[in-house]
Write a protein that binds this ligand. Structure first.
Ligand code: ADP
Ligand code: ZN
Length: 526
């Protein structure tokens, strides 16, 4: 059977999708492979088809029991013998599965990374012909990845113990350069074929709003889309409960999902959503990995997530069938504070050594900052995301709230100069709020305490509204003309590029919303 026959016979599809063939061909030629493809693009087939065509067994390493179960069930339904080995099995089930595996019944075996280096499993693996190790959700090996799993580091130990090195393939939806390099280095991929397919999802409308009343905005949205399924992501379990209860009380069909619920309820609620018994899923980021529901038409973020990796993964669950869908972020300043708190109290980090832990924290802060800029930028949102993931976008997509809003182009060179001067003359010691209050001439105890009322620039921009000053500052940050320190103090600093404005007289032109303060304004939907 060739790969096309396998595709048709087992999966019922006629054509490969972008990237699939290349990955399959490399693996079949015995070459390591790394597939970087967005969620829903069909990564599983890339290792399943070669697994069925190669001699010997393919081990698939996967971080989540639910993911393994789903995939094994799907394979079994397609008439493929596959099994999983993880902690959801009783001891006797586990040994039975292992003994079937020894008999060579399964071409594909899913295994949790923790199992790999156990004695029983090693005993099996060392006496079997393992032709491929496929690492799913491979970004989990990276400490810089959003879901770092220490147990993923065991994969290499395991591979090194094998008598013959199998082909290693790795798959992830996280495209950043650091994660890509980490996956290659840590899994020790040998000259892998790297296939990275496009991140752009042109069918998704991207929007940012900063409503005063998030719930009212949300309710209004679900009212206006009565026939559509959607996911509402909240940052905390408590908010999930609140939003879900309120929606239900008001007669919407909503269910909930977060890690604090019992397994049965989680499973039931998830199924209710997948099988359209509940139209709206209100969830924390615990919901979604491995969910294959193609008609999710909106993904609303009740809070801003901690980074763009999470955000794009979550919105990636919208309209997987390619039909139009809408993804709207409801931003508020409090979201930044909450995320900051999560970052500072990250339990996982406390298991790391202090140096690494500090680096991870700094990195997370930097990511949060980039996410926050997304909420503030007046440029094309899609372009912003694609550039973040290292792809070239166009600066106009025509399907995001910025491309569809009317902005005016404003020369803010004078404001930019004064802000930078104020930072400079106050010796780069203060945060954004103090700088803005100073040039704005605020008469507060804090300003007097810092003696910023004696700064030569005190009150020099008194007539410019504070929101506009904030926008200009954000524009300066976005363009590296100014930076903030990567610690809890977030002190504003000059950068190598500040001189372009301060000394070389560069003009600063930016797009600004017309009328009122963006926080008051609800950016228009589609
Ligand atoms: P990922 O792991 O990249 O998130 P999956 O492997 O779960 O994505 O695939 C997503 C969906 O796309 C699945 O329903 C899968 O059957 C389907 N799919 C994969 N490859 C193809 C293809 N070549 N043609 C049509 N559908 C496909
Ligand atoms: Zn756009």
């Amino acid at each position: 059977m060739d790969k096309f026959q396998a595709l048709k016979h087992y999966f019922g599809y006629d054509h490969f999708r972008e990237g699939q063939e290349l990955l399959i061909d490399s693996i079949l030629a015995g070459r390591d492979a790394l597939g970087i493809m967005p969620t829903g693009s069909g990564k599983s087939l890339c290792f399943q088809i070669p697994a069925l065509m190669m001699e010997g067994i393919t081990l698939v390493i996967s971080p989540l029991i639910s993911l393994m179960k789903d995939q094994v069930t799907t394979l079994n339904q397609a008439g493929i013998h596959a099994a999983y080995l993880n902690s959801s099995l009783t001891a006797s089930q586990y040994y039975k599965a292992l003994s079937y595996a020894r008999e060579g019944r399964y071409p594909i075996i899913y295994v949790a990374p923790e199992r790999l280096v156990t004695d029983e499993f090693l005993d099996f693996a060392l006496n079997t012909n393992i032709s491929m190790v496929a690492v799913d959700e491979a970004h989990c090996v990276s400490q810089w990845g959003q879901d770092f799993r220490p147990s993923y580091l065991k994969i290499v130990d395991f591979i090194n113990k094998l008598p013959k090195r199998p082909v290693i393939s790795a798959f992830t939806a996280t495209a950043t350069k650091e994660v890509r390099e980490d996956v290659i280095d840590i899994l020790m991929l040998q000259e892998p074929a790297v296939v990275s397919t496009g991140y752009d999802r042109p069918n998704l409308y991207l929007g940012v709003q900063s409503p005063k009343d998030k719930y009212a905005t949300l309710k209004n949205y679900v009212e206006r889309h009565p026939d559509q399924c959607g996911i509402i992501y909240c940052l905390t379990r408590k908010l999930v409960e609140e939003v879900c209860d309120r929606l239900n009380q008001e007669g919407f069909s909503a269910t909930r999902y977060h890690a604090g619920l019992r397994d049965e309820e989680r499973r039931k609620n998830q199924d209710d959503f997948i099988y359209d018994r509940s139209r709206i899923m209100v969830a924390t980021n615990a919901f979604g990995m491995g969910i294959d529901k193609s008609n999710v038409r909106f993904v609303l973020h009740y809070n801003m997530p901690k980074n763009l990796e999470s955000y794009y993964q979550e919105v990636g669950r919208c309209s997987r069938d390619g039909e139009p869908g809408e993804c709207i972020l409801l931003y508020s300043g409090q979201d930044v504070v909450t995320n900051q708190m999560f970052i500072d109290n990250n339990q996982d980090n406390q298991e790391l050594d202090p140096v690494t832990s500090r680096m991870v924290t700094e990195r997370d802060r930097e990511r949060l900052r980039k996410m926050t800029f997304y909420a503030f930028t007046n440029e094309c949102l899609r372009d912003y995301i694609l550039r973040y993931f290292g792809e070239y976008g166009e600066n106009y997509c025509g399907n995001c709230s910025n491309c569809l809003s009317r902005f005016e182009t404003v020369d803010v060179t004078d404001i930019a100069n004064k802000l930078l001067e104020c930072v400079k003359t106050s010796k780069q010691r203060y945060g954004t709020a103090v700088i803005i209050d100073t040039v704005h001439g605020a008469n507060t105890a804090k300003i007097r305490n810092y003696r910023m009322n004696e700064n030569p620039h005190y009150g020099c921009l008194a007539k410019v509204p504070a929101y506009k000053l904030r926008q200009v500052m954000n524009h300066l940050f976005l363009n590296d003309w100014m930076a903030v320190t990567n610690d809890e103090y977030a002190i504003v600093k000059l950068t190598d590029k500040s001189g372009e404005i301060l000394e070389e007289g560069a003009s600063v032109i930016m797009k600004m919303a017309r009328e009122q303060e963006p926080a008051e304004k609800e950016k228009r939907g589609k």
